[in-house]
Design a protein around this ligand. Structure first.
Ligand SMILES: [Zn+2]
Length: 274
C-alpha cells in the first residue's frame, strides 16, 4: 500500500496537469460513469491529500474521493499539440481526466466516489493529523498515544491516530529514534513524540520531493560507508525496512522481523532498546 508521501505527490501531479482547467472526465470501466457525466467540463479547483486519501475538487463544490488501497494505480501521460491525441483508455480505467496537454488514468482503487463537502469533512474528522499537512496538530496524535497501552509500532500504523504513515516510515522513524517498537504508547515521552513528529515531517516531505523513501543520515549512505546501494523495488536507502537478517548499519547486529499490526515489522534489537 502506498504511504502518505505518494498520495501527496499525486495531489501535486494532478494539480500540475489539470488545476484551473476543465478536463474531460470519463469512466471507461463504467463504475464512475454517472459522476463523470456530472463533472466533465467543470473546472478542477482543488487537489488535496490527507493521509492515504486523495481529493479532487471541482467548481468549488464537488469532490472526487480516491483511496488507492492495495491495488490502485495512477498513470499520467502528456499530450503534445499537433501530436496524436491521448491513447484510448483500456476498459480497466475507473477514472480518466484529459485536457489538451495531459491525461491521467486511475485503475483499481478501493474508493473512487463523488462526495459533498460535508462528506469530505467527515473523512478528515476520522483521520489523525498528517505530518504532510500544514494544518496538522501533533498533540492530537499524542493525546491518543500517551493514553494507550498499544505498542507504538501499531499506533503509528493506525490512521485514526496519525495519517499517512505506513510500514516503511514507522519502522524507519522508530529506528532513527532508537525506540523499541514494542514500547507502549503511554511510555513515549512528550520529548520523544515531538522528535518523532518533527522527523516524520522532514522525512515525508523529502519523500514527496523525491517520490521515494530515503531515511539514512548522510554518514550512512552507501558512499559514506563504502557499501553497495540497496537493491529493492521500493528504492531508497533505509536502516531496517526489509533488511531482516542483514547487518545493522550502526551496530552491525542482525536486523529482525516479526508480524505486528498485520504487517511485517523490522527493527534492530541492539539499537532499539526497551
Ligand atoms: Zn543496530
Amino acid at each position: 500500500m502506498p504511504e502518505g508521501h505518494t498520495i501527496h505527490r499525486l495531489a501535486q501531479d494532478y494539480a500540475t496537469a489539470f488545476l484551473g482547467t476543465s478536463p474531460h472526465v470519463t469512466s471507461p470501466q463504467g463504475k464512475f460513469s454517472d459522476a463523470a457525466a456530472l463533472l466533465t467540463g467543470s473546472e478542477l479547483t482543488h487537489t488535496e491529500a490527507h493521509g492515504k486519501h486523495l481529493f479532487l475538487g471541482f467548481r468549488d463544490a464537488d469532490w472526487i474521493h480516491i483511496h488507492l488501497g492495495l491495488f490502485g494505480k495512477v498513470n499520467f501521460g502528456k499530450v503534445n499539440a499537433g501530436d496524436a491525441p491521448a491513447p484510448p483508455p483500456t476498459d480497466t480505467v475507473r477514472l480518466r481526466l484529459a485536457n489538451s496537454t495531459a491525461y491521467v488514468d486511475l485503475r483499481g482503487p478501493t474508493t473512487c466516489a463523488l462526495i459533498t463537502h460535508p462528506e469530505k469533512q467527515a473523512i478528515h474528522d476520522r483521520l489523525g493529523p498528517d505530518p504532510l499537512r500544514a494544518d496538522a496538530d501533533p498533540h492530537q496524535a499524542y493525546r491518543r498515544i500517551s493514553r494507550s497501552r498499544t505498542t507504538i509500532a501499531a499506533l503509528l500504523m493506525d490512521q485514526k491516530v496519525i495519517a499517512g504513515v505506513g510500514n516503511v516510515y514507522r519502522a524507519e522513524v522508530l529506528f532513527r529514534h532508537r525506540i523499541d517498537p514494542y514500547r507502549a504508547g503511554k511510555d513515549i515521552t512528550p520529548t520523544q513524540w515531538d522528535a518523532i513528529w518533527a522527523d516524520l515531517v522532514d522525512l515525508m516531505h523529502e519523500g514527496v520531493r523525491n517520490n521515494r523513501i530515503d531515511t539514512v543520515r548522510p554518514e550512512h549512505t552507501p558512499e559514506a560507508m563504502g557499501r553497495p546501494p540497496r537493491v529493492d523495488d521500493h528504492g531508497g536507502e533505509v536502516y531496517v525496512y526489509r533488511r531482516a537478517t542483514l547487518p545493522c548499519h550502526i551496530c552491525g547486529g542482525e536486523i529482525r522481523t516479526a508480524d505486528l499490526a498485520a504487517r511485517n515489522l523490522f527493527w534492530c534489537p541492539n539499537c532499539q532498546t526497551p
